[in-house]
Design a protein around this ligand. Structure first.
Ligand SMILES: Cc1ncc(COP(=O)(O)O)c(C=O)c1O
Length: 372
């Protein structure tokens, strides 16, 4: 629930948060490094993809790099077209940005106001919530259900109460790795209150194997009040290249577009277009390989009688049986960097799924800390 009082208090902290936003991911990682930690650290803290940048993208970027003294503005229409086409959308239905972070930021700015709250679940990916707070917009957080899934009815109830708002949902959710099922998504779209927009963050949708989970992109194609964000940072393994996009009805895209900061780099743009020439095999091969490592880890945790939330993305939440802050701090000196704490899930440790070898090291270190 938001009140005028905490809205004003939130706005007080806002200016500092605005300055911090771009550094958030970097600062978190650098803070671990600064403690003088092992060179062969296994990084399982940021849901990156150890499969790396696809070969075809690397070759294309290598080729364009020497010509990056030019802006190449004339090429961007083609790059945006290729990205739109890869999801059966028109260029008018897509806004490309620096990762999905940039479109997310612009969407929160465009679709919330002092009278139109940002409504989501807790815990969820903090970026958009932090943006809303930094902009001084009211934030409404709803509790996850006992099975750690989003309660779509509660989200609608809150939007209704506020006479409209922006509902933000990650599917799968970060950090819980849980999903919103297709029938719940359909209910949510069909029951959006007046003056309400649904923002579905599908950063991890490619990793889902469950048959009853679907993307919200068909609702975008149908012209609903739905915006979907996607990123090349996760399954495509291109996090440092910073490319993502928002997909929505052209009138919604036009509302967001003026807030975008810049075009992406030509190197990143060419890399993504090259990766899209092998879209199907990149996505299916990486999904299969990740799912295998994820299954192995879950089986091991079951054998060890360690509780966890059934994962659908490239990370999972493990119940470490005590406050996770201390647990998290003890792992990096032993060579494994897990995710940050995610209150209110205070006993949960978020772990990104790495390679088979990385997860072998994770299992060793985890057991040492768990038993020690
Ligand atoms: C759910 C979710 N959305 C968006 C992002 C932003 O990533 P990027 O800007 O690299 O697309 C992240 C980053 O980890 C995330 O977890």
């Amino acid at each position: 629930m938001y009140t005028r009082r905490n809205f004003i208090a939130g706005a007080g902290a806002a200016a500092a948060a605005v300055r911090l936003l771009p550094e958030m991911a970097w600062a978190q990682r650098a803070a671990v490094k600064m403690a003088g930690l092992p060179k062969d650290m296994v990084w399982l803290n940021a849901n990156e993809n150890p499969a790396g940048i696809p070969e075809v993208a690397l070759a294309a970027m290598h080729e364009v790099l020497p010509t990056a003294n030019r802006y190449h503005y004339q090429e961007f229409g083609g790059i945006y077209d290729a990205i739109a086409k890869s999801e059966e959308l028109s260029a008018e239905q897509v806004l490309v940005g620096a990762g999905s972070s940039e479109p997310l930021h612009c969407i929160v700015d465009s679709f919330t106001s002092a009278a139109r709250p940002f409504i989501t679940v807790t815990p969820a990916y903090e970026g958009p919530t932090d943006t809303a707070r930094a902009l001084g917009r009211p934030v409404v957080l709803t509790r996850l259900r006992d099975d750690y899934t989003a309660d779509v009815h509660k989200l609608v109830e809150e939007a209704d109460k506020a006479h409209g708002g922006l509902i933000y949902l990650c599917n799968p959710n970060n950090p819980t790795s849980t999903v919103t099922r297709a029938r719940e998504l359909a209910w949510l779209v069909a029951n959006l209150p007046a003056n309400t927009t649904l923002l579905m963050d599908e950063a991890y949708i490619h990793f889902v194997e469950a048959q009853d989970v679907e993307s919200a992109l068909p609702y975008v194609r149908q012209g609903k009040d739905v915006i979907v964000t996607r990123t090349y940072s996760k399954i495509y393994g291109m996090a440092g290249l910073r490319v993502g996009f928002a997909a929505a009805r052209p009138d919604l895209i036009q509302k967001i577009a003026p807030l975008r900061m810049n075009v992406i780099s030509i190197v990143s743009g060419r890399g993504v277009v090259a990766a899209l020439t092998q879209q199907q095999s990149i996505v299916s091969d990486r999904k299969a390989s990740l799912a295998k490592t994820r299954r192995e880890l879950c089986a091991w945790l079951r054998d060890q009688k360690v509780k966890f939330i059934e994962p659908h993305a490239n990370f999972l939440m493990i119940d470490c049986g005590r406050n996770a802050r201390e647990f998290i701090a003890r792992m990096p000196p032993l060579g494994v960097a897990p995710g940050r704490p995610f209150p209110p899930l205070d006993n949960m440790l978020r772990v990104t799924i790495g390679t088979g070898q990385e997860m072998a090291k994770f299992r060793d270190v985890f057991l040492k800390v768990y038993k020690g």
